[in-house]
Design a protein around this ligand. Structure first.
Ligand SMILES: [Zn+2]
Length: 300
């Protein structure tokens, strides 16, 4: 027998058809409470704290949704909304970072102290809020912010990567597929976010390259491997072959929903496409990092 998680009464297989209890209102109440929690959390994170005296709707929502994971899911969604909003201006600045920290500390103080054999309250709260990968996005937003300030990400270069004199390794991604456009005409991309000129201080917003992947028939797949970016090149170390493109030959970058297309000023090879594993936010991070890479000069 199935029970309604909200009112704890029987759910009939036939609904209310043969006199069973109607749970339509339970469900719509649940959605109302979830929406409240999500919006409330988002607002509090954006303000940078968590009010000790939460409105009565907060307690009501938690009570109504208790016994399900829905309260936690709604709060994690609200936290993620705020993280996405903060990172959508491309980087996570000091003020935004402080807001997140203050929120986490205030919010965490609502939970009881952990016992010695339990994970710490901090870990518990972070796991709870990280259902949608918010902390990964926070770290990526921070890397973009620091790169803009001239601070290199702390990532070692992949083995086998050869650098020229005065060339600086910046970042790399594994499990990237590479395809080359082998046509004589220049690719005119109809990707979701438009075209971005390399070496200008443009940035791509996460929301602009959401959407359906565009399919291309003329692309020749050249294998999968590691894509590295330096201040001078994009270097793909593949299982079948390597591809190395100099920024001075790259005319623009077209983000797609699962990677990006690099347009080249070369007649024989007008474009190279990279497809990445991970979420659309990982693509957001990669394309913005690459846009900033040629601007990067050490000690400036
Ligand atoms: Zn019910």
């Amino acid at each position: 027998m199935k029970l309604c998680p909200y009112c704890n009464q029987k759910i009939s297989f036939f609904g209310s058809l043969f006199g069973g209890i109607d749970h339509t209102e339970c469900n719509s109440e649940a959605i109302k409470h979830q929406n409240f929690l999500r919006n409330y959390l988002r607002k509090e994170v954006m303000l940078g704290g968590f009010n000790k005296i939460a409105p009565k709707e907060f307690a009501e929502a938690q009570k109504f949704l208790s016994g399900t994971l829905e309260a936690e899911e709604a709060m994690a969604a609200g936290f993620d909304d705020a993280v996405e909003e903060m990172c959508d201006d491309i980087s996570l600045d000091d003020q935004e970072l402080q807001k997140i920290e203050r929120f986490l500390s205030d919010f965490g103080s609502r939970f009881p102290e952990a016992k010695p054999d339990e994970p710490s309250t901090k870990e518990y709260v972070e796991n709870m809020l990280n259902r949608y990968g918010s902390f990964r996005t926070l770290a990526q937003g921070r890397i973009l912010y620091e790169l803009q300030k001239g601070i290199l990400p702390k990532q070692p270069a992949p083995t086998g990567l050869m650098l020229n004199k005065n060339e600086t390794f910046i970042y790399s991604w594994g499990s990237v597929r590479c395809s080359i456009l082998n046509v004589k005409t220049r690719y005119r991309g109809r990707s979701t976010g438009g075209t971005y000129r390399i070496s200008k201080n443009f940035s791509i917003r996460h929301t602009e390259h959401r959407g359906k992947p565009v399919s291309y028939t003329e692309w020749k797949d050249v294998g999968s491997g590691i894509l590295s970016v330096t201040n001078k090149h994009l270097i793909f170390l593949g299982d079948e072959r390597d591809v190395k493109e100099r920024f001075s030959k790259i005319s623009s970058l077209d983000p797609t929903s699962d990677g990006f297309i690099v347009n080249l000023s070369l007649k024989t090879r007008p474009a190279v496409r990279f497809t990445m594993s991970g979420s659309s936010r990982d693509v957001w991070f990669a394309s913005n990092l690459i846009l900033k890479a040629p601007l990067f000069e050490k000690n400036t």
